[in-house]
Design a protein around this ligand. Structure first.
Ligand code: AKB
Length: 315
C-alpha cells in the first residue's frame, strides 16, 4: 500500500485528522508534514514526520518519492483574517502549493488528493440562508478567492487528468486540541479558551453574527467518509457543502455561561466583522447527505461540553 501524506499536519485540521488517519491506515503509512512549526508530541510520537514547504515543488517531489506517497491531504493554507493582512502571501501559499500537489499527483499517478475549501467561497450576493450547493460565488476576501479558484482547479484536474481529487467546504471548525488562529471564525474557539482561563471574553464580532460551524470530530469523520466513498457516488468535483450547526455569537456566549455561571462576554467588532457578514448564516448540505451519507453528530450543547472539558483537562 502506498502511503498518505498530510501537508499542514500541525495546523487546526491536521492535528486531529492525522491521528485519525494513522488509527485507520497504520502509523507508518501516514507521513505528517509541517513547514516550520515543530510537531506536537502526539504527532511526533505517532508516526513519521517531515518538514517541507509545499510551495517548493522540488522539495515536495522528493518527500513524495522518498515515502512512496499515493494519497495527499493538502491542508496547509493562510486563512481569511491572515489573508487580508497579507494578500500576496495568501495567494502564493494557497495557490502555488495546490498547483504543485495536483501536478505531482498526476505525474505520479496518485490514488487520491483531498483539499479543503471553505464557506469563504460565498459572498454577500450568495443567498445567506440554507446556501445551496450550486449558487452565486462572489467572495470578497483573498482567502475566498483562492478557495474558489482552487475548487475550479481541482475540478479541472479531475476532468482533464482523471485525478480523484475530493473536497469539502468546511464551515468554522472548533476543537480544543490546537489553536492556530488567522481565521474569522476563531472567536468560536477563543471563547472557550478564555472562559477556562479568565471567565471572560471580548468577542470580535457582534452578538447577532450567525455563522455555520462544526465540531472537529464531525469534520474529521466527514473527511474520512468522503475519501472512502465509492468514486461513482461523488457528483461534486469542485467542493461539497457541509455543515453541522449555526449559532449567533450571543447564543454561543449564553451556552458557555450555562456551563460557567461566572462567565461574561462583551463585543468589540473589528475588521473581521465585514468578513463574517459576507458569509452565509446557514448551509444546505443535502447533496453531501444524498451522495455519501453525510450527517453531523455534535449540536451546540455537546460541542460546548466537549470543548470545556477538553480544555480544563489540558490546562
Ligand atoms: C476562517 O475563518 O477563515 C476559516 C474558514 C471558515 O475557512 N475558519
Amino acid at each position: 500500500m502506498r502511503r498518505s501524506l498530510v501537508i499542514g499536519a500541525v495546523g487546526q485540521i491536521g492535528c486531529d485528522l492525522t491521528p485519525a488517519l494513522r488509527a485507520r491506515l497504520g502509523a507508518e503509512n501516514v507521513v505528517a508534514a509541517g513547514r516550520k512549526t515543530p510537531p506536537t508530541p502526539e504527532l511526533e510520537a505517532g508516526g513519521p514526520f517531515v518538514f517541507v514547504d509545499a510551495t517548493d515543488r522540488a522539495a515536495l517531489a522528493e518527500v513524495i518519492e522518498a515515502h512512496d506517497i499515493g494519497t495527499i491531504y493538502h491542508l496547509a493554507a493562510l486563512m481569511s483574517a491572515d489573508g487580508e493582512r497579507n494578500p500576496d502571501l495568501a495567494w502564493q501559499v494557497n495557490m502555488e502549493s495546490l498547483k504543485n500537489v495536483l501536478d505531482l499527483a498526476v505525474a505520479r499517478g496518485m490514488d487520491q488528493v483531498f483539499w479543503p475549501s471553505s464557506i469563504a467561497v460565498f459572498g454577500p450576493t450568495t443567498p445567506a440562508e440554507m446556501t445551496p450547493q450550486r449558487t452565486v460565488l462572489e467572495p470578497t476576501t483573498i482567502y475566498g478567492a483562492s478557495k474558489l479558484a482552487g475548487e475550479h482547479l481541482c475540478h479541472y484536474y479531475h476532468l482533464r487528468h482523471g485525478l480523484d481529487v475530493r473536497s469539502l467546504r468546511y464551515p468554522g471548525l472548533i476543537t480544543y486540541k490546537t489553536y492556530s488562529g488567522g481565521g474569522t471564525t476563531d472567536y468560536a474557539v477563543e471563547i472557550f479558551i478564555e472562559a477556562i482561563r479568565a471567565d471572560r471574553y471580548r468577542c470580535f464580532v457582534t452578538p447577532e453574527t450567525r455563522l455555520p460551524m462544526m465540531y472537529m470530530d464531525d469534520a474529521v469523520r466527514a473527511t474520512l467518509d468522503l475519501m472512502t466513498a465509492d468514486a461513482d457516488r461523488i457528483s461534486v468535483r469542485t467542493s461539497y457543502n457541509i455543515t453541522a450547526l449555526s449559532f449567533t455569537a450571543a447564543e454561543l456566549a449564553a451556552e458557555v455561561a450555562r456551563h460557567r455561571p461566572g462567565f461574561t462576554c462583551d463585543f468589540a467588532p473589528d475588521f473581521r466583522q465585514a468578513i463574517a457578514d459576507s458569509w452565509p448564516d446557514s448551509i444546505d448540505d443535502s447533496t453531501a447527505n444524498a451522495d455519501w451519507g453525510w450527517t453531523p453528530a455534535f449540536d451546540l450543547p455537546a460541542l460546548a461540553e466537549t470543548m470545556l472539558a477538553g480544555l480544563a483537562n489540558r490546562d
